[in-house]
Write a protein of this length. Structure first.
Length: 127
């Protein structure tokens, strides 16, 4: 049986899901992007959802990947105070900038995947 190329697999998954997320996010009419949907269980606007995902990816997921390559412990304090970060930064960003931030962090993660080759079977603490 041929060995799996985990890095290539995950890179393709990140590319595909990023493309799908960006496509779907762009389908939301401009006038609705910063408005909370009318559904009773919806809490955040599309812009807020994109901000949340980009913040998590940048502040938690990507640093966790770097940890595996010898980087510092993950500091998730900005993510844990996400509402404050949204109020201070996110609300003032354009929808296009929010989408670009998500795209950029995913590109950075894809680039990091090659550095993780050979480490997939190791176990490490993430804090």
């Amino acid at each position: 049986m041929e060995a799996m190329d985990e890095g290539g697999f995950f890179a393709e998954q990140l590319r595909a899901t990023t493309s799908q997320l960006l496509w779907a996010a762009r389908q939301i009419p401009e006038e609705r992007r910063f408005l909370r949907p009318p559904h009773p269980k919806a809490e955040w606007s599309a812009a807020r959802e994109v901000f949340h995902l980009a913040l998590y990816e940048h502040e938690v997921a990507q640093p966790s990947m770097r940890l595996w390559t010898g980087g510092p412990a993950v500091d998730d304090s900005r993510f844990l105070h996400e509402d404050d970060v949204w109020a201070a930064e996110g609300q003032g960003m354009s929808y296009t900038a929010l989408l670009q931030r998500l795209s950029d962090v995913r590109d950075e993660q894809i680039a990091l995947l090659s550095a993780l080759a050979g480490l997939w079977d190791e176990r490490r603490d993430t804090v």
